[in-house]
Design a protein around this ligand. Structure first.
Ligand code: AMP
Length: 309
């Protein structure tokens, strides 16, 4: 079933303890749509770039089944640019620079041909644009998922809360969940978020996996202990892309299937961090995904019994 992805397509400059890039292709919607494309569902990408963005990369996305007709290219403008530096633990980072550039011209308007999308992924973006995108969809989507970040919680919290009340799933990291609710306990934070509207909340904990909350239930997915984490940029977006790409392809939005989706999200995030930018996602195929899924599932297989007295 069709999946609409709204978010940034951008250039990033990244510094990790292992290296530095001055300019690599990034953007939340780039990672989301690439990760989702492995699940073969039709993807409609809505974003905006300047005339500095390589057409060859848009062609690459198109060749992977991502409809890039909704990516506006604005002549005489520069693409969105973000720069970040990771701390040694690789779970935390500082934003060094955010240049909105062409993003100031983005309206979040969804082209008519995409307005019948059944699944909607609102990538990290100004919540007013997320709202506009969601409201442009002609009928209530089967599932709408949103992501956000500390910046929007700092400068546009009421709008974040307005979107939150209208989506089915919030995908957020642990620090953001604490910032949104003022609660340290992630269980309490999740309960408060569920009371704000969504039926599900996924809290991502970087190298410690992810938690899916629904009513009084919680599902815990591990992260794969990887020997080398090279660049965590986009991991959260790849998680979201794998999660919703799998759900859109299967057409099943039950809690049981959302648990499987969390596993696919984790698998896609684990590939993303192995190289700079989206590079690793461009190398893998569905066999790699299958193999890694097996590795993840074997991490969760266990039997235990109280020894007899
Ligand atoms: P993640 O590591 O999953 O949080 O996503 C990183 C991506 O988000 C980068 O490729 C950035 O280009 C993009 N990004 C960073 N800041 C923003 C922002 N304020 N709005 C939209 N996208 C952003």
């Amino acid at each position: 079933m069709s999946l609409l992805v709204l978010g940034t397509v951008a250039f990033d400059a990244i510094e990790t303890p292992f290296g530095k890039t001055e300019r690599v292709i990034g953007g939340a919607a780039t990672y989301i749509s690439l990760a989702a494309s492995f699940f073969r569902t039709p993807i409609y990408l809505v974003s905006i770039v300047g005339d500095d963005f390589p057409q060859a990369f848009l062609d690459e996305l198109q060749a992977r089944g991502i409809d890039t007709g909704g990516v506006q290219v604005v002549q005489g403008e520069k693409s969105f640019f973000w720069s970040g530096r990771y701390h040694n633990d690789l779970n935390t980072r500082d934003t060094l620079d955010t240049q909105l550039n062409v993003l100031t011209k983005f309206t979040g308007e969804i082209p008519p041909a995409y307005q019948n999308a059944e699944y909607v992924m609102l990538g990290n973006l100004d919540p007013k644009l997320q709202l506009k995108g969601l409201e442009s969809v002609s009928r209530k989507p089967k599932l709408a998922v949103m992501d956000t970040m500390n910046l929007w919680l700092d400068i546009a919290r009421p709008a974040v809360e307005e979107v939150l009340a209208k989506v089915d799933v919030l995908s957020i990291n642990d620090e953001e969940a604490r910032q949104l609710t003022g609660e340290y306990s992630l269980v309490t934070a999740a309960r408060k978020i569920l009371a704000m509207g969504p039926e599900y909340v996924v809290i991502k904990k970087g190298e410690h996996g992810a938690l899916l909350f629904h009513q009084d239930e919680v599902f815990v997915a591990p992260a794969l202990p990887l020997e080398q984490v090279f660049d965590p940029t986009g991991a959260g977006d790849c998680f979201a892309g794998g999660f919703i790409g799998y759900l859109a392809e299967s057409g099943d939005v039950t809690y049981e299937n959302l648990k499987s989706a969390v596993m696919f999200g984790s698998v896609m995030a684990s590939f993303c961090v192995e190289k700079f930018g989206p590079e690793r996602l461009l190398e893998i195929d569905s066999n790699d995904i299958q193999q890694r899924l097996k590795q993840f599932l074997s991490l969760m297989r266990v039997s235990a019994e109280m020894p007899p007295r």
